[in-house]
Design a protein around this ligand. Structure first.
Ligand code: LIP
Length: 264
């Protein structure tokens, strides 16, 4: 069945923005005693869970055949096509008052993302794309950076909750990027990182040990904005826990990431 991607995307934008508005207003009265730990350094609060329930409630009936893959696991429903939801990406930022966080939702099949919406809650900017339709921020088309030279580029590196056995290779990569680019940045929100690659605000973003809900929407944003996304072996896979996403600097950046981070 052919899904009406553009109109589903427009409906999803309203849902995601409403949720982001709820999250923004809760921040004003947020009490740090409400912070809970999922595991060491992996925080959560009632805001994440309530926000997810708001999205799920509205999406449940929009596409009855769709399943759900969500960060807070507030629903269990299988389906070949799935809503992939991170109600609050950049949770640690939110809970510690660092102003970079987003609500991010995608609709995806097992092989590809069909729709992606990321709402930058602090900046009140909505980034969205549907497959074959292009990528936009509040009606303005997005285009990745044309620069193809690593030495002339800026890079966002993500810091996952757990670097695992790749910790020392990652810091070697960061050292290399520090000496061979114009600069390194970090935001703490994978969804924002990918939106910014799509919008041509930064050349590249690299991270690993992350989840599909952190990156699914952004994956499509970057591709629809003319960019490139893969894991460290060069495979395009939305469900991968590793990601390198770039504008035209991808060939050089991919080569470096794969040299330091690819597990043979
Ligand atoms: C976070 C990501 C961030 C990453 C963290 C975490 P959360 O998502 O957006 O880029 O470094 O490990 O996955 O937990 O805030 O939804």
């Amino acid at each position: 069945m052919q899904l009406p991607l553009e109109s589903l995307c427009k409906t999803l934008i309203d849902i995601v923005k409403d949720t982001g508005t709820f999250i923004r207003s809760e921040r004003i009265r947020f009490d740090e005693n409400a912070i809970e730990y999922k595991r060491a350094r992996d925080l959560v609060s009632y805001v994440d869970r309530q926000a997810e329930m708001m999205i799920v409630e509205k999406l449940k009936n929009l596409l009855p055949e769709a399943g759900f893959l969500t960060e807070e696991k507030t629903i269990n429903r299988e389906g070949a096509v799935k809503w992939i939801i991170d109600p609050l990406d950049g949770t640690t930022n939110y809970l510690t008052a660092y102003p970079v966080y987003a609500t991010t939702v995608a609709l995806a099949t097992p092989n590809e993302v069909l729709i992606g919406v990321t709402y930058d809650i602090v900046e009140d900017k909505c980034y969205y794309a549907w497959k074959g339709g292009g990528a936009f921020c509040d009606n303005t088309p997005l285009k990745v950076k044309p620069n193809a030279v690593l030495a002339n580029s800026t890079v966002i590196v993500g810091f996952p909750y757990d670097l695992g056995s790749r910790a020392s290779s990652y810091f070697e990569l960061i050292h290399f990027l520090y000496e061979n680019t114009l600069g390194i940045r970090a935001t703490g929100s994978a969804a924002i990182d990918l939106a910014w690659v799509a919008a041509g605000k930064i050349d590249s973003y690299v991270e690993f040990n992350i989840q599909p809900w952190d990156i699914a929407a952004g994956y499509l944003l970057v591709k629809e904005a003319g960019g490139f996304v893969s894991d460290f072996s060069g495979t395009e896979n939305t469900y991968t826990p590793e990601i390198v996403a770039c504008g035209n600097v991808y060939p050089e950046m991919f080569q470096v990431c794969s040299k330091y981070l690819r597990i043979p």
